[in-house]
Design a protein around this ligand. Sequence first.
Ligand SMILES: NC(=O)c1ccc[n+]([C@@H]2O[C@H](COP(=O)([O-])OP(=O)(O)OC[C@H]3O[C@@H](n4cnc5c(N)ncnc54)[C@H](O)[C@@H]3O)[C@@H](O)[C@H]2O)c1
Length: 276
Amino acid sequence: MTDAAIPSAFDLTGRIALITGSSRGIGRAIAHGLASAGATVVLHGRDPERLEQTRAEFAADFDAPRGQAGSVHEGQQYGPRVHAVAFDITDAAAVASGIAHVEATVGPIQVLVNNAGIQHRVPLLDLAVEDWNRVLDTNLTSAFLVGREVARGMVARGRGKIINVASVQTDLARETIAPYTVSKGGIRNLTRAMTAEWARHDIQVNAIAPGYIHTEMTQKLVDDEQFNSWIIGRTPAKRWGTTDDIVGPALWLASDASNFVNGQTIFIDGGMTVTV
Ligand SMILES: NC(=O)c1ccc[n+]([C@@H]2O[C@H](COP(=O)([O-])OP(=O)(O)OC[C@H]3O[C@@H](n4cnc5c(N)ncnc54)[C@H](O)[C@@H]3O)[C@@H](O)[C@H]2O)c1
């Protein structure tokens, strides 16, 4: 999509967007889409090498001069529209200093996408409490921690957009993924709780709930012939989703085109959650 093709309500020129877990997968696609709509993007991840690789690719697409090198640890400014920062979203102190660093070096965050997440597949009877906590911390508590730090500035400025990444597992359970299902169910109600307190400050908080999307997180499932054909059969659209399928709804919720949309969870699932 070129800037010229984007209607003005979807234009993000001059807005700063932080997308957690954006060195790959769905987060990367969302970050690329928001940058294509004019946003200044702050890429985020844990693995500095992977983050730097994505940062360089984005810089080639969006920044001039192109592809300056540097350390992602220091969150340096690389050019006008692409930045990168590494911190652990499960560590409250790291989140606070990471957000403060972004706002001091890049500027006020106007769009936050709480995207980073993990999966852990094991039957409930075999599930260790440490793994339960790790999934809940990474997928749910992190959205509270990052959302809280970013919302402090949004509330003070009286404007902002927060997009939490949920899942079809927000609505549907499946064997072996209990903590993931619980975390994504929690994301829907966290989105509602944030709305209850922050909508009055002109902050729109919504969630997007992807269906089965082919990424590194789901590669094992794609490779499993039986599971793969079950997914295709179970999805009315008869295919896996792609990361590009997520970009349009994310752009809508990041932009002025959704200024009276509050607390919703938008399923992007090829119809999976409306059929048996
Ligand atoms: N792929 C799917 O089918 C699917 C479906 C529904 C929802 N989702 C959700 O979409 C989001 C992205 O999924 P994906 O498929 O792109 O996964 P992915 O594994 O490709 O990417 C996840 C990203 O999160 C980052 N991350 C994980 N833990 C982190 C931590 N503690 N601190 C900082 N970064 C951390 C990883 O480094 C990675 O960049 C997740 O929230 C996932 O639950 C995915």
